[in-house]
Design a protein around this ligand. Structure first.
Ligand SMILES: Cc1cc2nc3c(=O)[nH]c(=O)nc-3n(C[C@H](O)[C@H](O)[C@H](O)COP(=O)(O)OP(=O)(O)OC[C@H]3O[C@@H](n4cnc5c(N)ncnc54)[C@H](O)[C@@H]3O)c2cc1C
Length: 629
């Protein structure tokens, strides 16, 4: 149609919709529309097959709202709940003045094929848009049904406020989704006359989690100090060219048994996750690719083990799950290997698994305590969902934690403010920064343990933290590339067993973090830390970059020509304390010290971010427990 024809057609639609709104769809005839708009009957039927056709156009506005919402980047998503509520509220906005017409549409959808089709398309689009953030179809259906039901009820009431009705019903639904166990949260009551002042040093996952728990308590106030210009620490998220990049990735291992799920329930966080496709997790060895033996199906398919070894490896898994594996009694994996009768293939597989899950080199994998490996894999093998990505990245979690702390009104979140000194003053602690000096009743250190040791140097507490100052960290080479188009997608994860590096196609699992049609790949190479000189280290790093790029070349041909965003760090700290026997995780409380400690270098459940979350939860709960005692 020509522009002028389209314009005229739109004028007819607008006028007709006005008439439907004022008098109800069924009370307006085609003749009346023709009369009001001054067009001929022939023109009307040239534009539309029937009066119902006009309504089909009405769906366009709603579809545009859905489309705009889908293009919103994760950085602005403060919580899944708010993000999805916003979509329903914006949809409500487009119809809240026309209850009569909506009532007509509901009635017509039951009688008229075209209107039913328009209605159906709209709800299907809505479902599709929501599936970007919610992988479970049942939850999507519940949300859409709640919205549709509310719309229906509202259209049959006089003068009701649609947006308020939608908001109220969504709140009820989210509470149902969020607290699956249906427990009612009890906030402990304090009978102290003065508020307790707490300082949290460090605004990474651990510091934010500890402060969020404490912010729930009416008699606790505090300051969260973060020295950098943003919160999130190593889980800091930023957007570039439409790609959402984390400094650290946002994979969650065994999410159904992971501390983040518990924290989500306890703090009322809403987020969603999607599982990495196990069939597309591939190991490459000597130029040959084979499925990683992650479950029974992959175990049958993999060439990594021969038939007898497969049976033996299943036996290994069973003994880990039932906690009877002999490995737990050995000081290190290497010591276990020295005495074990298992085949070299199984030993290599164990070593590779430990490299992948602990992000360490084979040399270091052999130094991990047997008990740590057994505990880790018992949890992971029992999990229903081994590897998931938080949809929208860490920002979805950190945004909610920050908001929760702020909303309490009792906490100050201070960025660009490093704590330089901690000292005792009577029964309190004096913290000094470049900006101020403040007194606190309690201090939580939520930063890498080596930095805690430095901060407490020269204080009366120095000796107690000496055992942690020389801990070594887990470091990797990270190579992120955002590609303008999907160059290849044969797997979601490919691990080069010979060179101990891997590439995750993060956008294959989390479709929220790349622009439409784009692909976000993260390459990681494990590093050892045994160097004689700086020159040797440099030469080693350059070789690792080369091996990483060769892995990209082999599996993502043409990737170099499609780069929209590239970021490389030759030495990124994944875990502040490497899980090897010569290191020592810091306890959440140390005998003789009046402080609390948390972070991924502290004692806690799991590895990486789970250690940060679990130690922070523990620190906050212990502190609250002490207040109640
Ligand atoms: C490349 C990479 C990939 C990763 N992938 C995963 C993954 O897939 N899954 C997973 O679970 N984990 C992953 N991790 C690990 C995860 O990011 C970390 O375990 C987690 O972010 C650690 O959080 P934290 O709060 O303990 O420490 P940090 O994030 O280090 O937070 C400490 C904060 O303290 C601040 N600070 C330090 N000193 C002071 C001071 N004196 N005053 C004020 N502030 C101070 C720092 O600026 C920092 O923000 C990955 C990490 C990296 C680097």
């Amino acid at each position: 149609m020509r522009d002028s024809t389209l314009q005229k057609r739109q004028q007819v639609i607008d006028k007709a919709l006005d008439m439907f709104v004022a008098r109800g769809f069924e009370n307006v005839s085609v003749d009346e529309i023709i009369q009001e708009t001054g067009i001929s009957k022939g023109t009307f039927y040239h534009y539309f097959e029937s009066k119902e056709d006009i309504l089909a156009d009405f769906g366009k506005v709603q579809n545009e709202v859905i489309q705009r919402w889908t293009q919103d980047g994760p950085k602005n998503v403060t919580s899944l709940e708010e993000h999805i509520n916003r979509l329903f509220l914006e949809l409500s906005d487009t119809v809240c003045e026309i209850p009569r017409l909506i009532r007509s549409i509901f009635a017509l959808a039951a009688q008229n094929e075209k209107v039913a089709e328009m209605h159906g398309d709209l709800f299907r689009n809505l479902q599709k848009a929501l599936s970007k953030w919610i992988p479970e179809p049942g939850k999507i259906d519940a949300l859409v049904a709640t919205y549709a039901g509310t719309l229906y009820m509202w259209s049959h009431e006089d003068n009701a406020d649609l947006k308020q009705m939608v908001q109220e019903r969504m709140n009820v639904l989210w509470r149902g989704i969020g607290e699956a166990d249906g427990k009612i949260k009890l906030t402990p009551s304090f009978d102290r006359s003065r508020k307790v002042r707490v300082a949290v040093i460090g605004g990474g996952l651990a510091g934010l989690t500890a402060a969020a728990y404490l912010s729930e308590h009416p008699n606790v106030e505090g300051i969260l100090f973060e020295r950098s210009p943003q919160f999130g620490g190593r889980a800091f998220t930023y957007e570039k060219e439409g790609f959402t990049l984390n400094y650290g990735a946002h994979a969650i291992y065994g999410i159904d048994r992971h501390t983040i799920s518990k924290i989500g329930q306890e703090l009322g966080l809403t987020f969603s996750s999607r599982q990495v496709d196990k069939r597309k997790v591939i190991y490459e060895k000597n130029g040959h690719m084979t499925p990683a033996p992650l479950d029974a199906i992959n175990m049958l398919k993999t060439d990594l083990l021969g038939p007898l070894e497969k049976v033996r490896f299943v036996g290994e898994i069973v003994s880990i799950v039932t906690n009877i594996h002999k490995m737990k009694n050995y000081a290190t994996l290497g010591d276990f290997f020295a005495e074990s009768t298992v085949s070299e293939e199984i030993k290599e597989l164990w070593e590779h698994l430990v490299c992948s899950n602990f992000f360490i080199s084979p040399e270091d994998a052999r130094k991990v305590p047997g008990s740590v490996i057994c505990e880790y894999y018992q949890n992971l093998f029992l999990a229903q969902r081994p590897v998931n990505y938080i949809l929208g990245s860490w920002a979805v979690i950190t945004n909610q934690l920050t908001q929760k702390i702020e909303k309490s009104g009792r906490w100050e979140l201070s960025m660009r403010e490093a704590v330089d000194e901690v000292a005792a003053e009577g029964e309190q602690f004096r913290l000094t920064t470049k900006k101020r000096t403040e007194l606190f009743d309690y201090v939580i250190f939520a930063m890498p343990v080596q930095q805690v040791a430095k901060l407490l140097k020269g204080t009366p507490w120095e000796n107690e933290v000496v055992p942690y100052e020389n801990n070594t960290s887990t470091e990797v080479l990270v190579y992120d590339v955002g590609l303008k188009r999907v160059v290849n997608r044969p797997f979601s994860y490919i691990s080069d067993m010979d060179n101990k590096c891997f590439i995750s196609d993060i956008s294959a699992t989390d479709n929220t973090i790349a622009p439409p049609g784009g692909q976000l790949l993260q390459g990681i190479a494990y590093l050892h830390d045994n160097f004689e000189s700086e020159a040797e280290l440099k030469e080693y790093q350059d070789r690792r970059v080369e091996q990483m790029e060769q892995l990209f070349d082999r599996h993502y041909p043409g990737w170099r020509d499609e780069i929209a965003v590239k970021r490389m760090s030759k030495k990124a700290m994944v875990q502040s304390v490497k899980a090897v026997a010569s290191n020592k995780f810091m306890p959440v409380r140390i005998d003789g010290l009046p402080f609390y400690f948390c972070g991924d270098g502290c004692e806690g459940k799991g590895q990486l971010a789970e250690r940060a979350f679990s130690s922070a939860r523990q620190a906050a709960k212990l502190l609250i427990g002490q207040l109640q005692a």
